[in-house]
Design a protein around this ligand. Structure first.
Ligand SMILES: [Fe+2]
Ligand SMILES: [Fe+2]
Length: 275
């Protein structure tokens, strides 16, 4: 399996020149002949980054949207315009909810209408329950929130009929890939909580060994207790690889490095992870 970080907040140092970083996430996953685009970054710069990295987005078999936030979906229009043909997009239907953030009431949802994307070839396939989209590759569906210490950011809300409701981000989905080494878990922003997602992955795939965790953990803004409980949980997993980025934050990445040593990699733009 090969995972290339097409875009995230920073650019790696030993990476070919000309790549662009931006607040957001997009990963290119190649596994057993399947090519999957997981999220699309914020602005569409992902298209140029892919070209520079020698990746042909037209070869994608599917696109997955981890949730509706603009930093994961904002590049979707540019991607569809580039690939110029119909493609399946797996997402939870709440990706089109009106996601907002206080205190400045900023709209942080997907910046396109569904119909516009469908006109460009998007074939939305709504995922609510866990679904094996290709052999041994699962989309999580809604993640049950079971831990007491993992909290949704209270600044987030959705607008429905001009009413403000707490945003549970039910559209937060992850990818679980079953391999001989154990499970590879790919996170977008992990708004459901990293531990909730891992426990769900074990149940869905009936695989208890977690080999790798890759992507955004949303721990940069987590309260102290959530961070500490999560670190204790992860340390017990005996992971072979933890390659986090995006909303993990540099402080938390430093903690990971301290705990996991050479099992930790910072998944900056341009990094290629081969498993
Ligand atoms: Fe997010
Ligand atoms: Fe994000």
């Amino acid at each position: 399996m090969k995972i290339t970080v097409l875009i995230e907040n920073s650019v790696g140092v030993l990476i070919p020149t000309g790549l662009c970083g931006e607040h957001g996430l997009s990963l290119w996953i190649e596994h057993e002949g399947h090519k999957i685009l997981f999220d699309t970054g914020q602005t569409g710069k992902v298209v140029e980054n892919a070209l520079r990295l020698g990746i042909n987005l037209k070869e994608a078999n599917a696109i997955i949207l981890s949730h509706g936030h603009y930093d994961h979906t904002g590049g979707l229009k540019a991607v569809l315009e580039f690939i110029e043909k119909p493609i399946d997009i797996y997402a939870h239907k709440d990706v089109f909810s009106l996601h907002y953030a206080s205190p400045v009431d900023r709209y942080i949802g997907i910046p396109f209408r569904k119909e516009e994307l469908e006109g460009l070839g998007a074939n939305f396939r709504w995922i609510k329950e866990p679904t094996e989209i290709f052999s041994n590759i699962w989309v999580s569906g809604e993640v049950p929130r079971k831990t007491t210490f993992e909290k949704i950011d209270e600044r987030l809300y959705i607008k429905e009929d001009e009413k403000k409701l707490p945003d549970l981000i039910l559209d937060d989905i992850s990818l679980f890939i079953k391999t001989d080494k154990g499970l590879i878990i790919i996170l977008g922003c992990a708004h459901s909580g990293v531990v909730n997602i891992i426990e769900h992955a074990k149940k869905v795939t009936k695989e208890n060994k977690i080999y790798a965790i890759i992507g955004g953990t949303h721990l940069s803004s987590a309260a102290g207790l959530q961070l500490e409980e999560t670190l204790v949980y992860l340390a017990r997993l005996n992971l072979g690889l933890i390659a986090t980025n995006h909303c993990t934050g540099l402080n938390v990445a430093a903690r990971f490095k301290e705990i996991f040593g050479n099992k930790f990699r910072f998944g900056a733009t341009g990094e290629v992870i081969t498993i």
